[in-house]
Write a protein that binds this ligand. Structure first.
Ligand code: SAH
Length: 232
């Protein structure tokens, strides 16, 4: 009897310790890296407290899943640092009834954070492997209100628009006009804007009644480049 009981205990122990550990780390991340750095929106803080970031990083980075830094994912891409994910989400000034488009699904972490806050999320990823893995991950974690697509996000997702908010999570040298066209009046677009590889400006553009964009500078950021049509 003892010989069979021992392995069960051995195998079940690390699992339990791990998940409690992640919950603790996640609360610390929210407290120290988000709240104390000025993220105030309770829906954003709630979402960041809920989404299991460790499910979105590569297994070799599990120990730093909740550290406030960007981490490499496949195909030379990155999952953004928690503070920047929170800042972009807060800057989009979301309501529970909103429909949001994200360009650059990557690991789908940002998409999951959005999905905790709004009714419907659409996300486009240009790298096929990442798009496939992101779809599989969202499905496994039960995010039924996120639709993903493999392709160039430059042209947006016209059939699903217009959107209350659009987030571009890759650095773009210019504002993609098709995305502006798919934004509702009063809608917000958040993106790292700039020609440089090493730094861009995180901006929020609000579409006014006359169709003009009101631009607000948030902070300096470093994102991987948006590729495809925007570079032509
Ligand atoms: N939001 C992601 C991180 C984004 S990294 C996360 O939460 O993990 C930027 C992503 O944008 C990369 O996966 C990159 O492949 C993708 N990307 C770059 N250019 C794109 C384009 N034109 N259309 C769609 N996705 C693009």
């Amino acid at each position: 009897m003892a010989a069979t009981a021992l392995p069960v205990l051995f195998w079940s122990l690390p699992e339990t310790v791990h998940s409690e550990d992640f919950t603790d780390r996640r609360s610390q991340m929210v407290e120290f890296d988000l709240k104390q750095r000025g993220i105030l929106d309770s829906s954003v803080l709630g979402a960041m407290l809920k989404v299991p970031r460790h499910e979105f990083v590569e297994s070799k980075h599990l120990n730093v899943a909740y550290a406030d830094m960007a981490l490499p994912i496949k195909k030379n891409q990155t999952i953004s640092q928690p503070y920047i994910v929170a800042l972009m989400t807060e800057s989009a000034r979301l309501k529970a009834t909103d429909k949001v488009l994200e360009i650059g699904t990557g690991s789908a972490y940002q998409a999951a954070v959005l999905a905790e806050i709004v009714e419907q999320v659409y996300s486009i990823e240009i790298v096929k492997t990442l798009a496939e893995e992101a779809a599989e991950r969202l499905n496994r974690l039960g995010y039924e209100n996120v639709k993903t697509r493999h392709g160039d996000g430059y042209q947006g997702w016209e059939e699903a628009g217009p959107f209350d908010a659009i987030l571009i999570t890759a650095a773009t040298p210019k504002i993609p006009q098709p995305l502006v066209d798919q934004l509702k009046t009063g809608g917000r677009m958040v993106m790292p804007l700039g020609e440089g590889r090493d730094s861009q400006n995180l901006v929020v553009l609000t579409k006014k009644k006359d169709g003009e964009l009101h631009k607000e500078f948030i902070t300096g950021v470093v994102f991987v480049p948006m590729t495809g049509e925007v570079r032509q």
